[in-house]
Design a protein around this ligand. Structure first.
Ligand code: SF4
Length: 82
């Protein structure tokens, strides 16, 4: 599997789209959780990450983005930073 490392800066949370379903937390609790407002937020491990994420944390990010029913977790490949 060839996958370039993910950095925290390449992740964007669209909290306006989040419906608080919690799927991201179920598959990637190290990366995301549902906060007091009922919306997705970075978990401590991701919030404190510096530089490329370790494999486990990177996998948590990718899997959480994949299962989110609202596409509220965007990764660099899906970002349009024109
Ligand atoms: S899975 Fe998506 S919609 Fe559900 S809480 Fe996480 S970011 Fe929000």
């Amino acid at each position: 599997m060839s996958q370039h490392p993910i950095s925290k800066g390449s992740i964007r949370l669209e909290r306006d789209l989040c419906i608080g379903a919690g799927m991201c937390e179920s598959v990637g609790a190290r990366a995301f959780h549902v906060d007091d407002e009922g919306l997705v937020a970075f978990s401590d491990d991701l919030a404190n990450a510096d530089g490329p994420l370790d494999n486990d944390l990177g996998r948590a990010v990718v899997e959480a983005a994949a299962v989110c029913p609202a596409q509220a977790i965007l990764l660099a490949d899906g970002l349009d930073d024109a």
